[in-house]
Design a protein around this ligand. Sequence first.
Ligand SMILES: Nc1ncnc2c1ncn2[C@@H]1O[C@H](COP(=O)(O)OP(=O)(O)O)[C@@H](O)[C@H]1O
Ligand SMILES: [Mg+2]
Length: 303
Amino acid sequence: MQMQGDGLVLVAGQVARDLVLLTEGFPADGGSTRVGERRELLGGKGANQAVGWRQLGAEVALLAVIGTDREGDDLLGQLEADGIRPVVARRGTTGLLTDIVGPGGSRRLFERVPEESLLRPGDLAAVEHLLPEVDTLCLQLQQPLPVLFDLARRAHDLGIAVALDGGVSGPGADELLALASIVRADAVEAEQLTGFGIASPADARAAAKTLLDRGADVVALTVGGEGDLVVWPGGERFVAFGTDETVVDPTGAGDAFSVGLVAGLRAGLAPEDAASLAADAARSTVARPGGRPDLTALRERLG
Ligand SMILES: Nc1ncnc2c1ncn2[C@@H]1O[C@H](COP(=O)(O)OP(=O)(O)O)[C@@H](O)[C@H]1O
Ligand SMILES: [Mg+2]
């Protein structure tokens, strides 16, 4: 695969306030429960991926929408403090992701994602001047497809490697997939992308093959409750999940997996080694409350 990396990584995706509440359990309807700890973090899939990339040593820019409220000012300051180059449109109200974490890795997510916090076609003009510096584009598929496609097409035309995380289907999905070198999806998203239900590594293999046939160089799909299968034209690697005792909160582990995989490939690791780096990034993220990763310790494995 043609990836090389000492340029800029561009992530496009959501920025939101993450409110993480650590509880001893979830109340029944009409009940209440004590919150042991409250954390407020820079969050959203775009920000979490950008933070992960930065922790792995990359120069990273983030294309996102941030509200015009005080929350937005605060998150913008946090992005800058994290060393991320923000390329942001400011409008509306900042999104709020409430992540209620119970014992044993159980969690409930309440997502307030205002329509105006999604990327719009006009937001792309702001990244135009950066594209010549970019070698890798990471797209979260939770954004509107026409915007993703437009950005991916511009990147692809410039020889930038395009990585996708998430699910998409319907008109335009095939065209977007044809531009991607790396595709990662959880089990639900994999079904959206391929129409295959993923109940086993064999199912994931069959689904991944269809994505390789559509042009991807490396595909990673989750088998629920078991692990992640990474497939490329010359081989595959299945990486099993960690043990249940290590799971505090699965939020953000998929994004960490994506960052580890793409960063490993970009650094020239063999796909099997990039897969194991990705799995370690996910394992470390499920051991932490909230979606923000800490991948700093994995940086040395990029050589
Ligand atoms: N017990 C576990 N140990 C390690 N990784 C896990 C475990 N459970 C889930 N994961 C990881 O979490 C990911 C979930 O992906 P996804 O649903 O996309 O999460 P998110 O979108 O919140 O980042 C899986 O791909 C897997 O890598
Ligand atoms: Mg995900």
